[in-house]
Design a protein around this ligand. Structure first.
Ligand code: MG
Length: 384
């Protein structure tokens, strides 16, 4: 059985506010439309995906669909109904067995919902995802609340709605040109038996500006997080500057190393590389490379941040502990924290910075070197 997903994205989406139509507005770093396109494009039950777009939206569509294997888009009409009809007609030359018609403004449908609709099409010509109404219903006029409406047998209808292709094409060809809320209504008008499968509470339709705010919040809450750790240790020697967290600290000794030997930035760089499962700082910036001789270690940190960003990650929090017998670091803590906030593009409240001694124990305790331990947490917009 061949099944095509027809995604309707031809609206102007003005109620949602914003500069561009809502189906192209960014949500979690990707256009709203792209969320459902990615799901349909990789779903095993879907053989092809076609989008119905509005006149003049070609460039927005190209950006949203970049890199996905889709059928070329078709241009819709003045109403949703006309747009769906145009989409169905575009498939009529090589008709699939089934079609799933989906609103682009519902980015959160799941693969399981697609499975349910497709499975039910083996038994029924028209299938709608539906949810029960749990709140009481009343008829109103203005602010006045009137009589109770019996919610027994009332459901809320979503998309994707599934149909036997020939049946829904025929229904759209004969239906009056306006007045139907969705394709299930067109199917019912044409006399097709329409059946329901369970919908999903998460499969919301983005309509108003506050829907976008709530959707962003939900994506952030669901975004995968990873933690990375880094440890570094350098020897103190005379005749070198002491640089910690990008701040020069007055002291009669400095840390020995190929670069400026900033143990704090080295530990942080390794921790960030750990978040993305990359190799360590020594692999990215080998000691043997003369380019890194006396290098400012912010270069290493920026490189790790760029690699993180390229994987869709952003830092959420960093926590650093410095172990040093001397000098006393407490007077420099504020400057170091401000420096880290600037370098990591985090607020100072998202940075932990502690300094301790080793109570005279071991090499650090004898003042032979300084060590730093860093932990960072990164959040990913999409699974990295
Ligand atoms: Mg180092």
């Amino acid at each position: 059985m061949r099944c095509v997903a027809l995604v309707v994205a031809a609206g102007q989406g003005i109620r949602a506010g914003g500069e561009i139509p809502k189906q192209y507005r960014p949500l979690g770093g990707r256009p709203v439309l792209r969320h459902s396109l990615e799901l349909f494009a990789r779903h095993p039950a879907i053989d092809a995906v076609r989008v119905v777009i509005a006149e003049g939206h070609g460039p927005l569509y190209e950006q949203a669909a970049r890199g996905l294997a889709l059928l070329p888009p078709v241009t819709g009409g003045a109403t949703r109904q006309a747009s769906v009809k145009a989409g169905l007609e575009s498939l009529a030359g090589d008709p699939p067995d089934f079609v799933l018609i989906h609103d682009a403004a519902r980015p959160f449908l799941s693969a399981a919902l697609i499975d349910r609709v497709c499975a039910a099409l083996d038994r029924h010509p028209a299938v709608l995802p539906a949810l029960p109404v749990v709140d009481s219903l009343r008829r109103t006029r203005g602010e006045r609340v009137l009589e109770d409406v019996d919610r027994d047998g009332i459901v809320r209808i979503q998309t994707p709605q599934g149909f036997h292709f020939g049946a829904i094409l025929d229904a759209h060809r004969h239906a009056p040109p306006a007045g139907f809320g969705d394709d299930g209504a067109v199917a019912a008008w044409a006399g097709l038996p329409v059946f329901q499968v369970p919908g999903e509470e998460d499969n919301v339709k983005l309509t108003l500006p506050e829907d976008f705010t709530a959707a962003e919040r939900r994506l952030i809450a669901a975004a995968p997080r990873r933690t990375g750790q880094g440890i570094d240790l350098h020897r103190l020697v005379p005749g070198r500057r002491l640089v910690l967290a990008g701040v020069e600290i007055p002291f009669e000794q400095g840390l020995e190393g190929h670069s400026d030997a900033d143990v704090v930035l080295h530990a942080l760089t390794d921790a960030i590389l750990g978040v993305i499962g990359a190799d360590d700082i020594g692999t990215h910036f080998p000691n043997s490379d003369p380019r890194w001789k006396d290098a400012d270690s912010t270069v290493f940190l920026r490189h790790a941040l760029a690699l993180l960003a390229a994987r869709g990650g952003v830092l959420e929090h960093a926590d650093v502990t410095i172990l040093a017998e001397r000098p006393r670091l407490a007077p420099h803590r504020a400057a170091m924290r401000a420096s880290l906030a600037r370098l990591l593009e985090l607020s100072e409240t998202a940075i932990g910075l502690k300094a301790g001694t080793c109570e005279g124990l071991g090499a650090i305790g004898r003042g032979e070197g300084i060590a730093a331990v860093a932990l960072v947490t990164g959040r990913f917009r999409s699974v990295a």
